[in-house]
Write a protein that binds this ligand. Structure first.
Ligand code: SF4
Length: 251
């Protein structure tokens, strides 16, 4: 329920309670007038359009990008320099989905630039892919302050854009980089380690989950070696599936 409607209902209840506590048998006229005003307010709120990315049905990719550029559905619009819609092939077999833009991405309006972008480019090259062959985007299109994890309501507001991108670009494979994108798409609270290691069905597409490059960059020494091994295992799984799908599409 809309929080404003909820608040209005609580206001009405407290008016009734107040009258009861004051030992009144009837609701005073002033209370009744207030209740009628609140009722009208609730009706207005019910009729006003909901603040989510609805009406995306007949939207094409360019229009969607424009909608994202102008979007003010969540608080993150206030602090952004640029929205980051994503970039790459318009007919990708593979889509990569990260969490949210960071500082560099916000400045440039492009996904995965800076250090984590360099690592992602290397990861793709290691399995024979260039950035322009895939589509790279994120769940959230505006930078959260100080790169904090996006909040639930921000993910809910922004997710329809990603779902529309998936529908329009029609990738057969999706690589989720980090737990945030995996949880948002797979509607789960499971840990990243339990989501890794196998493909998940997503409306007939396959989702694979691996570490976010920024996470890998946080470590050094033996922990980094271990994480790199695991990421390499994920990438090899992805490469096998990618080649299989490519071959099937060519035949
Ligand atoms: S993060 Fe998404 S929902 Fe929030 S303002 Fe940016 S584009 Fe809109």
């Amino acid at each position: 329920m809309d929080s404003q409607v909820k608040k209005a209902i609580i206001d009405v209840i407290s008016l009734f309670k107040g009258a009861k506590e004051a030992g009144l048998k009837q609701v005073p006229r002033t209370h009744l007038e207030k209740i009628i005003r609140i009722e009208k307010e609730i009706e207005k709120l019910r009729k006003s359009p909901k603040k989510t990315a609805t009406s995306l049905e007949s939207v094409d990719l360019l229009t969607l990008e424009e909608m994202v550029r102008k979007c003010t559905l969540c608080e993150l619009s206030k602090g952004r320099k640029n929205t980051v819609f994503g970039e790459g092939s318009n007919h990708p077999i593979l889509m990569l989905v990260g969490e949210a833009p960071g500082r560099e991405e916000d400045i440039q309006g492009r996904p995965f630039v800076g250090r984590s972008g360099e690592l992602l480019t290397k990861m793709l090259r290691a399995i024979g892919l260039e950035r322009k062959e895939v589509f790279i985007t994120s769940v959230i299109k505006c930078r959260p302050p100080r790169n904090r994890t996006p909040r639930k309501e921000e993910i809910e507001a922004c997710l329809p854009y990603l779902l529309k991108q998936i529908e329009l670009l029609d990738p057969k494979l999706i690589l989720c980089l980090g737990a945030t994108s995996a949880r948002a798409l797979l509607k789960t609270e499971s840990s990243l380690s339990s989501l890794r290691g196998s493909f998940h069905d997503f409306d007939g597409r396959k989702i694979l989950v691996t570490y976010h490059p920024a996470y890998l960059l946080r470590f050094g020494g033996s922990r980094l070696i271990d994480l790199k091994k695991q990421a390499w295992h994920d990438l090899q799984m992805l490469q096998r599936e990618y080649e299989k799908i490519k071959m099937e599409m060519e035949n």
